[in-house]
Design a protein. Structure first.
Length: 210
């Protein structure tokens, strides 16, 4: 099971000390002090399983797929049609049941694409820019050390005037969570880790009010 110290790194919030006063009291309590300890307890409890890798698998399928990926797809769906067959419940269940060797390097998904929709193999892989291969190339395993062109350059995207206007138009919808002037300061900072959660909150909150 992942150690508490490992989850502690993941549980760090993205805001600076001077930002905290602009957050509502419940949000501050969740991100700091006792709230951090509670979040760590939830993360550790959600990482069930015997060995380290098994517990990470459990967390991925039961937490990340359902929450992070699921909410992301819902968010994208507000701006266009989303087609995500590999997020289907049956597909995820099958992927979960296969051996780890078949999942490393997205091998299972690559082979499925080759069989079910081979024309997608011409789509360039992130970082390398080369067409998708059926098996991951040796460069795949070194990608942390050699960054290439990503599918989306969020640092550039988040600084685009149209994107900033889209978020600021919805800033009032999260007034109960954080002050509008804090939203504006963060948006102008260009800090991806801070902008991403604020954007998601603003869009979802605006939808709930619509």
């Amino acid at each position: 099971m992942p150690k508490r110290s490992q989850w502690k790194k993941k549980a760090k919030h993205p805001f600076h000390a001077e930002h905290l006063q602009g957050l509502s009291e419940p949000i501050r309590d969740t991100l700091c002090g006792k709230g951090v300890r509670c979040r760590l307890e939830r993360l550790v409890a959600a990482s069930q399983g015997g060995d380290f890798l098994t517990s990470l698998d459990h967390f991925y399928y039961h937490q990340r797929v359902k929450n992070f990926i699921g909410n992301g797809l819902k968010l994208y769906g507000q701006f266009g049609e989303v087609v995500a067959p590999m997020a289907d419940r049956k597909w995820v269940a099958v992927a979960k049941s296969i051996s780890r060797n078949q999942k490393l390097g997205s091998l299972w998904h690559r082979r499925a694409i080759e069989k079910l929709c081979p024309e997608l193999l011409s789509f360039p892989e992130q970082n390398s820019g080369r067409p998708l291969s059926v098996g991951p190339s040796p460069v795949y395993w070194k990608r942390r050390g050699a960054r290439g062109r990503p599918y989306a350059d969020y640092a550039v995207w988040f600084r685009a005037p149209a994107f900033m206007d889209m978020v600021m138009d919805r800033a009032d919808s999260i007034r109960e969570l954080m002050a509008p002037d804090l939203v504006e300061r963060v948006m102008k900072s260009g800090n991806v880790r801070q902008i991403a959660p604020i954007t998601s909150l603003a869009v979802f909150a605006a939808l709930d009010r619509a």
